[in-house]
Design a binder for this molecule. Structure first.
Ligand code: DON
Length: 530
């Protein structure tokens, strides 16, 4: 089964599985297909994280997150008065980190792939060359971005100059098809060297960006030890730093385990109150302690210590919201030694892959590499551009996540796999910036504590708190009648989130071994399987 954000990408993945490809083969084909049909987040100019669990239970985590270019520096988004220049880290050439996706796919395929590489890139080339129909949601999004595309590009990507897109319009992407052909024929070198690298470096020169050919040649994705933890009868396998996702998710699930949530009822007043109070504290820790482990000693063990996690709930009142001004990051034990779109796939053998990949904002920096036809990320905004200054998701950070050359920016992406009794149980993840962690948390809890189906758990309404700003973002209908009012009376500030929180893709292994796909109704997401 394959669950992705776009029906055509799900079909590409399903076809690979039907041909006998494994879950990693399907993931590679899906990643490239999404770069064509879902350019909002699917990408070759961005990065991501891949968590996998083989049928024998061995797990791995691949970090293909973007990196700061060598010429980046801590204050690069500040003016001479040390004030943040609005949008500089969010749009345009300076917002882009060195892309990691193509190297990530090559690494994943070398280690775990079974079908020949060209066969996995070809479906994306076919979509780009022959064309594909726009969904209504995609047409609307392209129309919304038109102004930014015109403003931030040095060579107008002809395809995007159309005045008004309609559902069903056919899109053909010839430059992108040629770039994908180079990747098909030359692998890593098809992107990080040769014509693609030349085009990217030239684009940076024209637009005042920092990425050089040396940055591209130096980029390497990294296999990291997956973050694992036990919560009740479940083993959680998720992404370690430079994502904050795995750590924050384990902290949230561990806290919730100490309270009778099922008895209280799904999104009841006491359950929602407890979850919000836990989120407030966990995100305060994120802001202080998390960053790229290659540059900053993240106190992983200290943050996951159960006694520490319990101590973080000091000051928790079951009847009253804590003011975020009264919540400080905790002081975990120091480390002992130095040290956005989601797709879920399970193959016929039971190998599982959980991937979250992103350009950061919708359509990233809005910059297309002239002549190469792909969009560049604006992942640099995930760094803390100045201590305490909120990023596009309102997240704040400090030293741990300051900009440095070659450093990876902190992420919230939380590709996750759950085991129960040593067997594969769930594959899940989401998009949604800072809300990814709480989205994955609620979905897991909906299934494991409240007995929802996979689809029900993903469809159900969600809410979110991230310490600062001190409010509860709430989807329409996420809290039952009266619950919102009761939480407000306890002192929670509640803000509606129109347009939804997160967009998740999940697969649940049912007791009889069949797979249940959960595709998010908030998007064009589709589950495909056989
Ligand atoms: O890595 C992160 O946490 C963000 N760049 C993810 C961005 C995202 O999910 C976009 N979707 N709203």
């Amino acid at each position: 089964m394959v669950v992705t954000a776009h029906p055509l990408a799900s079909q590409v993945g399903e076809a690979v599985l039907r041909r006998g490809g494994n879950a990693v083969d399907a993931a590679v084909a899906v990643q490239f297909a999404l770069a064509v049909v879902y350019p909002d987040a699917g990408n070759i100019g961005g990065g991501g994280f891949l968590v996998l669990r083989q049928r024998d239970g061995t797990a791995a985590a691949l970090d293909y997150r973007e990196k700061a270019p060598a010429a980046a520096h801590r204050d690069m988004y500040l003016d001479p008065n040390k004030e943040v220049v609005e949008d500089l880290s969010r749009k345009g050439h300076l917002a882009a980190g060195v892309p990691g996706t193509v190297d990530g796919m090559v690494q994943a395929h070398q280690q775990y792939g079974s079908l020949p590489w060209p066969e996995l890139v070809q479906p994306a080339i076919d979509l780009a060359r022959r064309g594909f129909p726009l969904t209504q949601k995609e047409a609307r999004k392209l129309n919304r971005e038109r102004k930014d595309f015109l403003r931030y590009n040095t060579r107008q990507p002809t395809f995007f100059l159309k005045d008004h897109w309609r559902e069903g319009d056919t899109v053909r992407l010839a430059d992108l098809a040629r770039t994908l052909e180079r990747i098909r024929d030359k692998g890593r070198a098809g992107f990080y060297e040769g014509p693609t690298a030349d085009l990217l470096a030239a684009e940076m020169k024209r637009g005042g960006g920092l990425i050089t050919k040396a940055d591209l040649a130096a980029y390497r994705s990294v296999w990291r030890t997956p973050l694992t933890g036990t919560v009740g009868p479940y083993k959680v396998i998720s992404m370690p730093p430079p994502s904050s996702g795995g750590i924050a998710l384990l902290q949230l699930l561990t806290i919730a385990q100490h309270y009778p949530l099922p008895e209280w009822g799904w999104n009841s007043v006491p359950a929602a109150h407890l979850m919000i109070e836990a989120e407030r504290r966990v995100y305060a820790d994120r802001a202080r302690h998390l960053g790229d482990p290659d540059f900053y000693q993240v106190p992983v063990a200290g943050l996951l210590d159960t006694a520490y996690i319990r101590r973080r709930m000091h000051g928790y009142s079951p009847t009253r919201a804590t003011d975020s001004d009264d919540v400080y990051p905790g002081v975990p034990a120091p480390p002992e030694s130095p040290h956005t779109t989601h797709y879920s796939i399970v193959d016929a053998q039971g190998n599982a892959v959980s991937v979250t990949t992103t350009l950061n904002s919708n359509f990233g920096s809005k910059v297309f590499v002239g002549g190469a036809g792909f969009l560049l990320n604006n992942e640099m905004d995930d760094f803390s551009v100045k201590p305490g200054y909120p990023n596009a998701f309102g997240l704040v950070g400090e030293e741990a996540n300051a900009i440095a050359p070659g450093k990876r920016m902190l992420s919230s992406m939380t590709p996750t796999i759950l085991e129960k009794d040593g067997k594969l149980f769930m594959v899940v993840g989401s998009m949604g910036g800072s809300t990814i962690i709480t989205t994955v948390y609620q979905i897991i809890q909906n299934v494991t504590r409240f007995g929802f189906t996979m689809q029900g758990a993903i469809s159900a309404g969600r809410f979110h708190h991230q310490w600062l700003p001190d409010w509860v973002l709430c989807e329409w209908g996420a809290l039952g009648p009266g619950t919102g009012l009761a939480l407000w009376l306890r002192g929670h500030k509640i803000a509606p989130k129109y347009g939804g929180i997160g967009r998740a893709a999940g697969i649940l292994v049912l007791p009889d071994g069949r797979l249940e796909g959960g595709a998010d109704p908030r998007g064009d997401d589709t589950a495909a399987g056989f």
